[in-house]
Design a protein around this ligand. Sequence first.
Ligand code: ADP
Ligand code: MG
Length: 486
Amino acid sequence: MAPIPPTDAPQPIKDVLDSIEKQFELSDERLKQITAHFVTMYRRGLQHGHEPMAMIPTYVTGVPDGSETGTFMAVDLGGTNFRVCEVQLLGDHKFSLKQKKFKVTEELKTGPAVDLFDYMASCIGDFMKELGNPPEDECLHLGMTFSFPVEQTALGAGRLLTWTKGFSATGAIGNDVVQLLQDSLDKKRVAAKCVALVNDTVGTLLTRGYLTGSCFLGAIFGTGTNGAYVEDLSSITKLKKLDAATRKADKMIINTEWGAFDNARHVLPITRWDNALDRISINPRYQAFEKLISGMYLGEIARNILIYLIDLPPIPGSNPPQHYLFRGHSTKKFNTQYGFDTELMSRIKNDSSPEAVRELLVNEMGFTDYQISDLDTQIVAWICDLVANRSAALSGCAVAATLVQCGYCEVGGGPGSKEVDSALELGVDGSLVEFYPGFEEALRKSLRAIVGEKMEQLVKVGMAKDGSGVGAALCALVATKNEQHS
Ligand code: ADP
Ligand code: MG
C-alpha cells in the first residue's frame, strides 16, 4: 500500500501539512533554474581549481567496451562498508566476483587515519588468505575505489581533499591515499600492490560501460551522492600538465563531486529542517546538495520534520488537548541524531498500511501502540515520501545538467550540439536508488520536466551492480597496461 495524503486530518493539522508540502514543492521552473545553475557550476569547475564543485580530472580517458580480461583485487571504501573483492574480467561483457564486506566503525571513521588504513590492509590480507591467493612471491594488482574527494595526479595517485559522509580520520587530508594504503599493506606484509585509484562514480560509469558497451554518466545515490561523466579533454581548461598516456586522448572522465553543488545556497530549496540537520552535522555549510539527497540524510530530514510536528503545541481550543503527532510523544531512539535510518523510509514506502507503519515505529523506534493513531501512520508515510520525492527530483536536475553539458540537449529540451541517435546509458549504484521504491520513476518525472519527454526516454537507467569492484579492476587493468608500455 502506497502512502496517501492525510486528507481526513482535522483542519489545523491539514494546514500545517500543507505548509510543509509547499516548502518541499519544486515547480518545473524551479527545476530548470536549478539545472541551469548546475551547468554554470560544471563549467566553472572545469575552468578553475578550488571550486566547491570540484570537477576532478580522473586520468581515465575512455569507457570500456566489454572486451577487457584479467584478474584483479579491488577494494571499496564507501561510507558505510569496506568491501574487498577479487574480480575476474571474462570479456564479452561478463565478469565473476568474490567479495567480503567489513563494517567501518565510528572509531575508525573518526580516529587516526593510519588505524583506518591498517584495518583495510588487514581485511585485504584476511580475504586473500581465504581465497588462497596469491601463489608464493606473486603480487596481486589492486584497484582502490575511494568514494571521497581526491585530487588525482595520475591513475595511481591522489591527495585527499576533504572527508565527507561522517568521516574525519586525522592525518589523511592532503596525503596520497594510495600511498597510505600501500604503507599499511607493506607493514602488514600483504602481497598486493595498489596501482589504481578510482572514485565510486567512475567505477559505476566504467562498469555500466563494460556491461552495455557505452555509458555517459555514472551516478551514486548511497550514503552520499555524486556523479562522473565523460568530458572533452579540450573543455577541461584548468588541466595544464598532462602525462604521456593522457596527451593522446581526447576525452577524460570527470568526477564532478556534485554533492557540493550550491554550497552558497543560491538556488537550492533549503527548509528549516534541512538547516537543523546541517547545523549539527560534522560539516556545516558543506555538501549542500548531498544533504538534500542521499541515504545518510533523508531519514534525518524526515525525523526533523516529525519531531517538529510532535513539538507543536496542542491544537488551540482542543479539549482534551489534541497534538499533531504521536499524542505529543517521542522516544529516546527517535530523539537521537540519525536515529531514523533511510532504510526505514523504504520499508514504509513498501507497506504504508497503518498496521505495518505502527509495527515499525514500535519495533524500531520504541513507540507504544497507544501513542500512534492511524492518522499518525499516514502522516509519517506521507512525510517520508515528500522527503524522498524531493531527493529524486533534485537528482533529476543533476542528470539533466549532465545531458546539457555533454551537448545532448538544452535546458527546456531544445536540441544540443550533438545528435543523439541511440539510448544514453546512465549507470547508477547505491542503496537509495536500488531499494527506495519509485526513486527512478520520480527522478524521471523531474528529468521529463526539465528536458522534455523525448530526451528523457532516450536515457536508459541501469544499476551497475558491483560497480565499485569491477570499476576498480578495470582501472587496475589500464594502470597495469600503462606500466608495461612505459
Ligand atoms: P555506501 O554509500 O557505503 O557505498 P550504500 O550504497 O549501501 O553504501 O548506502 C548506504 C546508505 O543507504 C545508508 O545511508 C543507508 O541509510 C541507506 N540505505 C540502506 N538501505 C536502504 C534502503 N533499503 N532504502 C533506502 N536507503 C537505504
Ligand atoms: Mg557505494
